[in-house]
Design a protein around this ligand. Sequence first.
Ligand SMILES: Nc1nc2c(c(=O)[nH]1)N[C@H]1C(S)=C(S)[C@@H](COP(=O)(O)OP(=O)(O)OC[C@H]3O[C@@H](n4cnc5c(=O)[nH]c(N)nc54)[C@H](O)[C@@H]3O)O[C@H]1N2
Ligand SMILES: Nc1nc2c(c(=O)[nH]1)N[C@H]1C(S)=C(S)[C@@H](COP(=O)(O)OP(=O)(O)OC[C@H]3O[C@@H](n4cnc5c(=O)[nH]c(N)nc54)[C@H](O)[C@@H]3O)O[C@H]1N2
Ligand code: SF4
Ligand SMILES: [Mo]
Length: 715
Amino acid sequence: MSSTIDPSNADAPIKMHYRACHLCEAICGVAIKTQGDQILSIKGDPDDPFSRGHICPKAVALQDLHEDPDRLRKPVKKVDGQWQEISWEQALTEVAERIAQVQSAHGSNALGVYAGNPNVHNYGNITHAKVLRKALGTRNNFSATSLDQLPHQLVAYQFYGHQFLIPIPDIDHTDYMLIIGGNPLASNGSLMTVPDVKNRLKAIQQRGGKFVVIDPRKTETAAIADEHHFIKPGSDAYLLLAIIAVLFKEGLVNAGHLSNHLTGLEELPALVEAFTPSLAAQHTGIAAATIERIARELANTPRAVCYGRMGVSVQVHGALCQWAIQVINILTDHVDKPGGALVASSAVGYVQPGEPGAGHFNAFRSRVSGLPEFSGEFPSTVLAEEILTPGEGQIKAMMTLAGNPVLSAPNGRRLEEAFSGLDFMVSLDIYINETTRHADYILPPTTALEHDHYDYAFHRLAVRNTTRFNEPVFERETGALHDWEIINQLSAKLGECKNIAVQLLPPPDTMIDMGLQAGPYGKNSTHEPPLSLQVLKDNPHGIDLGPLVPSLLERLCTEDKKIHLLWADIPVDIKRLSTDSPTVAKGELLLIGRRHVRSNNSWMHNSHRLVKGKPRWQCLMHPDDLAELSIMDGQQVVISSVAGEVTTQVQASDDMMPGVISVPHGWGHKREGVQLSIASQQEGINMNDLTDDAQYDKLSGNAALNGVPVRVTAA
Ligand SMILES: Nc1nc2c(c(=O)[nH]1)N[C@H]1C(S)=C(S)[C@@H](COP(=O)(O)OP(=O)(O)OC[C@H]3O[C@@H](n4cnc5c(=O)[nH]c(N)nc54)[C@H](O)[C@@H]3O)O[C@H]1N2
Ligand SMILES: Nc1nc2c(c(=O)[nH]1)N[C@H]1C(S)=C(S)[C@@H](COP(=O)(O)OP(=O)(O)OC[C@H]3O[C@@H](n4cnc5c(=O)[nH]c(N)nc54)[C@H](O)[C@@H]3O)O[C@H]1N2
Ligand code: SF4
Ligand SMILES: [Mo]
């Protein structure tokens, strides 16, 4: 996509910039051609060793984001209901004072903090998060983690002793991949950084292997798979436990080089015995013979892997599903083996004993419902009740940091009600949207193309080891601050107001340089040349560091250097499965989510390039279900749940499993006060007005946004 040249740029030199697209976990390399302050084109970078030229339709929207007139460029303050631009000095001083006032009147925990997804795509927010946490000094931390991958992190922490020691599918060398509740053709992969995933999946087939998809919708990924099986939402734990039971029953268990490093193995057979394939068939809808065959295929294929994502994490048994997936991969000798699942060897943040951020679980509990913290965060499902329930420790003020929980967290209307009653709210954000419209101040950082970039989080989760650093494409506007600078400056002011010592950190690129030099390819390694920031700057397309290699045993972070297959909560949760599975009353359907390659959570609908074409927000429903309820294709319907009710348009789809409906999240921008001129013209409702904050995974506290019982009637 190219633009016509602005005459004021005509004399400026044309420049090429190579960098990562920061919009999703695939971290594709893009080549951006500019002239002056104008973008001429955005294309895939064929010289990027990892993404090899691949991009998706969202990459060109980087331009829309950069140029968006709705994007805030200066801090704003709400005065008598109207937004006024103010200086950074005034904004940071007043915000620090207001936070300090609330905390001094009601205690440190009277401040709640919610951090959203873009924080992990913006490395300065990762390197500097601890500065802000220290300065804010509250226990009431929340994030999108507990709407998403908390089960993966909890399981990695319990098994391997570090929340980020997560084995990643070796998609480039596997011959059999079982994908449960993931749709990488739309999402471009998650907890599996995998640019160009379609070709990588097709390559499995080309080398004689296959991949199998288990999903309540025949997704884009399922459409090119060798096999697709519908599954009743929320029932995956039955399938996975049955696979483990078959492995034991048929003598297929072989943990290979991990065998002498496991604890809990002896107790497993008794725990899963009752979960027979025929019981699983009743719950899931997948034939018992198919379940047995899949178990045998996983065990008998030397290079095979089971992978589960959103669909199995963000449901009532999310952590049990991720536990079972890890157990299956271990028992079939597919962990830490090429073609199975291996931990990445990242150039920075290489996880091994001593690497900070290992995590902790249940060190303290939330005030109202007593849910466990994980790594200092409470589950986001309890955010609204912590604001709305009076008493000692009630949240009176909020900070949101690159997050839009009103559209992303369950029971969005209740959260809105909670936000609108706060004493004070500040948002670090680039837009006035469904969440930030409730703030008193919005502090907008520079946008991606104005700052440098390193994929701190995603090199750790990638299917191949690579590394890449990018310089900014454009100089920032005068006076603009990066996220990490806002964090540093606000923290310093908080330190003054609260009279506490706050240790500020150097710029994030300095920290990456130190990490690179001290890391596994740095000055103490045999890598040529030893990596440093300068070496990465000299190689803007990125540097290939090779395929994933076995290294788990030497990197185990558990104290006893063992892999813990069981911990006390697992047997309890397995019991709970029999008593506490989602029940569907007569006339009810189960609601699940959906992603589309031209959408990105809640915040990219203001790009005209991404929203054009046919609408993508409708409720999908099987024609038989429509007929049963006497609803016509294309009609307006009312969908209701315990949490609320919405009216939207229905679209018949043979791709849906009967009894299941699908609505994508992140829509519903037509609201008063939202200043997103394109997004707020779009139809579509907030699917999280239907999800229930009281329905969550008991093991981890993660939200259960899939498998929500609903009723549908003609409007
Ligand atoms: N029903 C349902 N709900 C879901 C999901 C689902 O599948 N179904 N998915 C869940 C998942 S996986 C996730 S990760 C969450 C996401 O949940 P959130 O992270 O809460 O939501 P986002 O839509 O990513 O909102 C990002 C916010 O950051 C702002 N922003 C963008 N870039 C920057 C930046 O560089 N700096 C700053 N300061 N702000 C920025 C945007 O304007 C926006 O307000 O949603 C969850 N909610
Ligand atoms: N284009 C685009 N890409 C994105 C995002 C985006 O919003 N848009 N978001 C990014 C983020 S934050 C994340 S976390 C990742 C998520 O990455 P993925 O997990 O790959 O994304 P989803 O498309 O949500 O896939 C979840 C699948 O689970 C299925 N499912 C729902 N319920 C169940 C169930 O009970 N059991 C089973 N087996 N399946 C179920 C759904 O039908 C869906 O196909 O995507 C990232 N990439
Ligand atoms: S898949 Fe698309 S959105 Fe994701 S990094 Fe690549 S170009 Fe960007
Ligand atoms: Mo996510």
